[in-house]
Write a protein that binds this ligand. Structure first.
Ligand code: NCD
Length: 301
C-alpha cells in the first residue's frame, strides 16, 4: 500500500477539521450500528508495540482495526529479543523495517525518536511517558459531545482530579477540551498542578470547587512516574481527593463521571461512583473503538 504516513503524537497534530471529521465518522459508524468492513483496507496491517502495560488502549486499537477488516500484529516486549538485551530504539527500527502501515507505540518517555519521523508508516502515540495520550483525549471528548448532544464543549465546566502533573491523559485532554471551548479546572496538590490551566482554576481543596460542575474526570496516581514514590501516601491522598458519592453530590446534580482507567477503587474513585448511573466509564471504552477506527481510516486514507 502506498501511504503518506501520518504522525499523531500530540492532539496538536490534528487540525480542528481533522478532529471534527474523526468525530463525524465515529458517529456515523455508531449510527450504522457497525464499523463497516472496508474492502479498501483489507491489505493494511496495524502493528501495536506497547513497551508499557495496557488493557484498554492496545485492545481498543486492535478491536477497531479488526472491525474495519485491517489486520493486526502485536509486538510483545517480554517475549521479544529485548529479553536478550536489544534496546527499544533498535527494536522499533526492526518493527518499522517490517513495513506495517500503522505502528501504534506506547513508551515510558516522550517521543523524540528521529526514526519514527523518517518512516512512511503512520505512527500513532498510544501514550508516551508523562507527555500525551491523544487517542484517549479524542475518545473522552467524543464521549462528552455525544452525551451532551452538542458540537462543542462550550459552557461545560470540567473538573480533573488527581495526578495531573504525571498524567498524559490529563495533558492531552486539557489541550483538546480547551480547544473545544470547555472551562477546565484541576483539583490536585499544588506540586501536581500544570500551567496548561489558568492559575485561578487550579484548586488544591474540594472546599474551593465551584458549584455546577458538569463533568468530573478522576485520574489514577501514576506511582510508576513519581520520583518520590516512597514518600507518597495513598491514604492521605484518598482522604483529600478520592471521589466519593457525597463529594459527587456536592459537584452538581447532573455531573457525569469519567475515568480513563486503569481504576484503583477506593484510591481515586469510590466503587459506587465508578458504577454510578452518571458514570460514563463504559461509554468511554465503547467509544474508544469507534474513535480509533475513525483514526485508522484517517491514517490509511
Ligand atoms: C492511561 C495511560 O496509560 O496513560 N490509561 C489508558 O490508556 N486508558 C492512564 C493510566 O495509566 O492511569
Amino acid at each position: 500500500m502506498d501511504i503518506d504516513g501520518k504522525r499523531i503524537i500530540s492532539v496538536d497534530d490534528l487540525s480542528d477539521g481533522d478532529v471534527n471529521r474523526l468525530f463525524f465518522h465515529a458517529h456515523s459508524m455508531r449510527d450504522q450500528k457497525c464499523i463497516h468492513d472496508d474492502k479498501t483496507l483489507k491489505n493494511a496491517v496495524l502493528m501495536t508495540a506497547f513497551f508499557e502495560p495496557s488493557t484498554r488502549t492496545r485492545l481498543s486499537f486492535e478491536m477497531a482495526a479488526l472491525r474495519l477488516g485491517v489486520r493486526t500484529l502485536a509486538f510483545h516486549a517480554l517475549s521479544s529479543s529485548m529479553a536478550k538485551g536489544e534496546c527499544e530504539h533498535k527494536t522499533i527500527t526492526n518493527l518499522l523495517a517490517l513495513q506495517p502501515d500503522i505502528l501504534v507505540i506506547r513508551r515510558d518517555s516522550p517521543f523524540e525518536l528521529p526514526l519514527v519521523y523518517k518512516t512512511t508508516a503512520s505512527i500513532i502515540n498510544g501514550g508516551d511517558g508523562v507527555n500525551e495520550h491523544p487517542t484517549q483525549a479524542l475518545l473522552d471528548c467524543f464521549t462528552l459531545l455525544d452525551h451532551f448532544r452538542c458540537d462543542s464543549l462550550r459552557g461545560l465546566r470540567i473538573l480533573i482530579i488527581g495526578d495531573v502533573a504525571h498524567s498524559r491523559v490529563a495533558h492531552s485532554n486539557i489541550k483538546l477540551m480547551s480547544r473545544l471551548l470547555a472551562e477546565v479546572w484541576t483539583l490536585t496538590p499544588a506540586h501536581w498542578q500544570v500551567n496548561l490551566v489558568p492559575e485561578h482554576r487550579r484548586l488544591v481543596s474540594f472546599a474551593d470547587v465551584p458549584k455546577n460542575i458538569d463533568v468530573v474526570m478522576c485520574l489514577r496516581v501514576q506511582k510508576e512516574r513519581l520520583l518520590d514514590a516512597h514518600a507518597f501516601s495513598e491514604q492521605i491522598f484518598s482522604k483529600d481527593y478520592c471521589l466519593t458519592a457525597s463529594r459527587l453530590d456536592g459537584l452538581g446534580n447532573n455531573c457525569v463521571v469519567l475515568h480513563p482507567g486503569p481504576i484503583n477503587l477506593g484510591a481515586e474513585i469510590a466503587a459506587d461512583v465508578a458504577n454510578h448511573p452518571r458514570s460514563l466509564i463504559n461509554e468511554q471504552v465503547k467509544n474508544g473503538v469507534l474513535v480509533r477506527a475513525a483514526l485508522i481510516k484517517h491514517c490509511l486514507s
